[in-house]
Design a protein around this ligand. Sequence first.
Ligand code: 5GP
Ligand code: MN
Length: 334
Amino acid sequence: MIDSLAAAYRTLYGWLIADRDDVLVVSHVRPDGDALGAQTAMHRIIQKLGRRSAMVNADHPPKRFDYLPGYAEIHTVEALMSRGPYRRAVFVDCADRARIGDVEALLSSDARIANIDHHATNDRYGEINVVRAEASSTCEIVYDFVRAVGVAMDEALATALYTGLLTDTGGFRYQNTSPKVLHDAAELVECGAEPYSIAEQALETMSLPQLRLLARVLGDIQLYAGGRVALIEVTAEALREAGAELDDTEGLVHYARNIEGVEVAVLLREQDEGIKASFRSRRRVDVAALAQKFGGGGHVRAAGATLAPPMAEARARVLEVLRATLSNPEEGKR
Ligand code: 5GP
Ligand code: MN
């Protein structure tokens, strides 16, 4: 491990044990497998270090992650209101401070923050920032921390960390699947993580409403820019008719990206807070840069943003930027 990284981990360790204040461990709105894996892992690590912490997210964790250690202790903002405000917080998998959503209400105005993340767009909002854009997942960073400072591994910790490696690499398929990720995963399996049952729950199991939603929106996929852009829209009405929830839109965007010849896939969802866009690219376009044009962020191959409604206008704005990106031979190449 390079020295500066080892120093960063020692600083984080010192920060965690320096103070006896309860630490709030938070991940982003609509948390995914990496967010929840890193969150439950950090919570467990803090307990092992003999300090107290509590987990909270703005949105409920999806049920398919209920095997994670401490899943039932991931609180809603409301449940922790009487215990706050918190003066220290660890943020995991959050590219910017706003990603925690309503959890902000639990933090004191002078709250001290440790920021552990792997998004290239991270704006280093913490007092401590362990930000590594080359890492496959926040869980990979947390696992490096575990090894660097010598936290005792156990099966529960291995299960949490493996979940983030698995989900953020799309089942060890995306471009972020490095030799190190595969080595780390093998070690975590040796420590007790069960690849089959974790993959079955985190990746493969679909609810019936989710499948109904998929069937409905697949028929309406639209291609643009000579077939290089594929777009899926999920209206509030489509969700209602399928009996689906917003979490059930997870993974839809991959069907669009998988179409032969498609470079960029876009999923637009009607939500209360606006039109949520998910962007995925195959090999060329930097969708993190694209998302930033709409106030969002993410990774080179997977990013997101929230646009102003209505759907038709959000679609027009996205397509305009995408057409310009794709017609410029320099921009968007990576
Ligand atoms: P998804 O499309 O699955 O919601 O998100 C893809 C990636 O982009 C994830 O790494 C996620 O954290 C990031 N992302 C999604 N939406 C936003 C956003 O509004 N702001 C930022 N900064 N990142 C986002
Ligand atoms: Mn992540």
